[in-house]
Design a binder for this molecule. Sequence first.
Ligand SMILES: CC(C)(COP(=O)(O)OP(=O)(O)OC[C@H]1O[C@@H](n2cnc3c(N)ncnc32)[C@H](O)[C@@H]1OP(=O)(O)O)[C@@H](O)C(=O)NCCC(=O)NCCS
Length: 299
Amino acid sequence: MEEKKPEVGAPAEAERAASGAEKSSTAPQTDGAPGQPSSGLIAAPESDWPFPPAHLDLADQEIHVWRAWLDELAPDLPSFTESLSASERNRAARFQFERDRNRFIVRRGLLRRILGRYLNLDPARLSFTYEARGKPSLAGTVDAPMIHFNLSHSEGLALFAVTRSAPFGIDLERVRPMPEPDQIAAKFFSARENVILSALPAEQRIEGFFNCWTRKEAYLKATGQGIADALPEVEVSLTPGQPAQLLSVAGDAQEASLWSFHALAPAPGFVGALAVKARGLKLVCWQWPGSRPASPAGR
Ligand SMILES: CC(C)(COP(=O)(O)OP(=O)(O)OC[C@H]1O[C@@H](n2cnc3c(N)ncnc32)[C@H](O)[C@@H]1OP(=O)(O)O)[C@@H](O)C(=O)NCCC(=O)NCCS
């Protein structure tokens, strides 16, 4: 099976998600932080993604986000493969193309290493359980404190996030030209989002589109629903440079007030979003060691 980035928002996207098919494939907080550019793509300073200290604590009110360029970790493939479960290896074997297979193996292996690091457990000993629409969570670690996690990838870049506070969702997309952005927005964005998007200056429109998409998807990953059928019901802010916010869910602004959103800019040309049903959490970002390309061309 080929893993290729879904054509975001294309009508086939929601259908593919519904079928459970393989994804064919900041912080850089940008929540109105001073100095953030209000147009053009957000370029997160590398200093916003430091390497982690040897000993890492995950405080109750924190969300840690990890950034990794998957292809840079390919030399470690045998060790990542060793840590996977039989079902993860079966899943890997179903990818048609080697690059997609390797990215999947590194992604799942890295997820295990990150979780194992916080839980002080051997990554290979972790096991996962899945909700009806595929959201994974940790199983069989009853002796360890609860950790919520979620991850997203776009091309060779992946984000992994963990917190003890509440379930959440994260999404990442490379900002790229879309073949039929207006049709996609008409189908999956609300009327208000469409008005705001089309009023943006032309040079901000693609970023606004992906801000909208990633924020909706982050929310739908937080609830575990996925993007199959509820994208238009989730209404978000999208204007570049303005705070990431949930505005309403199925018209309910009260529900929206219970959530926090963070815009993420993990690398030039990428936007992401994190949605959590909690207030006042602190976002902390880390770069996975050995996974930063020597030059942007390597990305
Ligand atoms: C979850 C979903 C939005 C991911 O979209 P994507 O842009 O292709 O992929 P991302 O890189 O952002 O995220 C993938 C990761 O999200 C997690 N994930 C999978 N399903 C999830 C869900 N329903 N909710 C939250 N997270 C989910 C997994 O960890 C997955 O990583 P993995 O492939 O290594 O297992 C999409 O696959 C979806 O909508 N799934 C639901 C399928 C569904 O509705 N099935 C019902 C059949 S009746």
